[in-house]
Ligand binder design. Structure first.
Ligand SMILES: C[S@@+](CC[C@H](N)C(=O)[O-])C[C@H]1O[C@@H](n2cnc3c(N)ncnc32)[C@H](O)[C@@H]1O
Length: 414
């Protein structure tokens, strides 16, 4: 017998709005979860219908854009109707979570309007008719009830009364704490273009990184994307053309740091987060000349290729015609580099991914743009890769980058 559908409220952090849907969709696909979503563009909440609380917990256990999920007990555009709805909420359902021996607390959330502590307590007291019997415990109670007032999206035009009221039981928190835990601020080793923790986590989710997956970043830099992938149980590999970066010998990125220290390395970062066992290795290699065996396959490729702004776009090559390095010089010869044009990087990246991803494996990569020149038909494409998501992060008035998620749908023809 299937369980009865229950309505949940998903409450999101109000940043990276364009990434929400793609992140949640990826997680739903990864766990094969089926839910109905009722969402309005840019609103911080979704109404979600699901038949299992476990499914909701699984999503929350991965999603970084999500703040929390409530089992919705009542919602309304009018306060009186919210109280009426709550009074009608079945007692036996309340009793499952609120009893004499279970601690609880009521928390308050207001969107687009702030209230003093005294005002919040007054709001909480208005729910005194609920049969809340157990002891109040503010830290880690058995049950958390949550009351929410939504005052719209316009901070310059806040109404006196909220547009919506919600009341429910907290089912799970999203992964916002992970942003602090993996923050670049406290990371041993960072480079000038290290990706922040939140976007790295979103990328790992978009790539469906699961326990024991093999994950590659071919433009690995300081390895920030691999940290998030390893956190979700992926075994990580990286390559980069920059020997000094991979050996932690570039100029320090933090202005407070004069010289690089012994902990300036990707492996020290992995140690810092107790993820060492997930780190396979990083190698110096020019991506334009991939070194992998034709049978080499990975579950996911996550990467942030160079845009030529804060790091050079280069590959091994020479402009000299007919240059021949004789055998004697070969062992000490340092090859020269030439420019690696952005369209060529992405062409190579898609060909490489089509070849080396497992079937249904994902490529998640950033693609830079001048905003006024963007059009969808410029997106890199390959017959073996289907684009699943395309989310924009604005960088300045003129520039933005898009996080592209591809899935491999077939093997390339030989
Ligand atoms: C945007 S950065 C990546 C930053 C990285 N996500 C991190 O966490 O530090 C791009 C990287 O691509 C590397 N790169 C540039 N040209 C390359 C090439 N031909 N082959 C491999 N790596 C290259 C650069 O050295 C740089 O580290």
């Amino acid at each position: 017998m299937s369980e009865k559908p229950i309505v949940y409220l998903f409450w999101f952090a109000h940043e990276h709005l364009d990434f929400r849907r793609a992140e949640i969709n990826s997680i739903l696909e990864m766990y094969n979860i089926n839910i109905q979503i009722n969402a309005q563009k840019d609103y911080p909440y979704w109404l979600v219908t699901a038949t299992s609380e476990d499914a909701i917990k699984k999503v929350a256990n991965r999603a970084v854009s999500l703040r929390f999920c409530l089992e919705l007990w009542a919602s309304s555009e009018k306060l009186q109707d919210l109280h009426n709805g709550l009074r009608l909420y079945p007692l036996e359902k309340i009793r499952k979570h609120i009893t004499k021996d279970k601690s609880f607390k009521v928390s308050i959330e207001t969107f687009c309007k702030h209230f003093s502590q005294a005002e919040k307590i007054k709001k909480i007291e208005s729910f005194s008719y609920l049969p809340l019997e157990g002891p109040v415990k503010l830290k880690n109670p058995d049950t958390t009830l949550c009351y929410i007032e939504f005052y719209g999206l316009k901070p310059n035009n806040i109404p006196d009364e909220p547009y919506m009221y919600f009341f429910g039981r907290l089912v799970a928190n999203g992964q916002r704490e992970l942003i602090q835990k993996l923050s670049l601020k406290n990371r041993n080793f960072i480079g000038n273009t290290s990706m922040d923790a939140q976007l790295s986590i979103i990328m790992a989710n978009q790539a469906n990184v699961k326990s024991s997956d093999l994950v590659l970043d071919p433009f690995v830099g300081s390895g920030s994307l691999l940290v998030a992938a390893a956190y979700f149980g992926g075994y990580t590999l990286g390559t980069d053309i920059d020997f000094l970066m991979l050996h932690g010998r570039t100029r320090p990125t933090r202005i407070t740091q004069k010289v690089r220290g012994k902990d300036d390395s990707i492996i020290a970062n992995m140690n810092q987060y107790e993820l060492t066992s997930y780190h396979l290795d990083v190698l110096v290699s020019d991506f334009s000349r991939p070194m992998w065996h034709s049978n080499f396959r990975v579950d996911a490729i996550i990467t942030d290729p160079p845009y030529g702004i804060r790091e050079s776009t280069e590959r091994i090559g020479t402009t000299k015609k007919n240059l021949i390095v004789d055998a004697k010089q070969m062992s000490v010869h340092i090859p020269s580099k030439i420019n690696y044009e952005l369209p060529q990087i992405f062409k190579d990246l898609l060909i490489f991914s089509a070849r080396h991803l497992k079937l249904n494996g994902r490529l998640v990569c950033w693609f830079p743009f001048f905003r006024d020149q963007y059009s969808e038909d410029q997106l890199p494409s390959h017959p073996c890769l289907q684009i699943l998501a395309n989310c924009e992060q604005t960088l300045s008035n003129y520039t933005s980058r898009r996080l592209l998620t591809y899935v491999k749908i077939k093997e390339p023809e030989v």
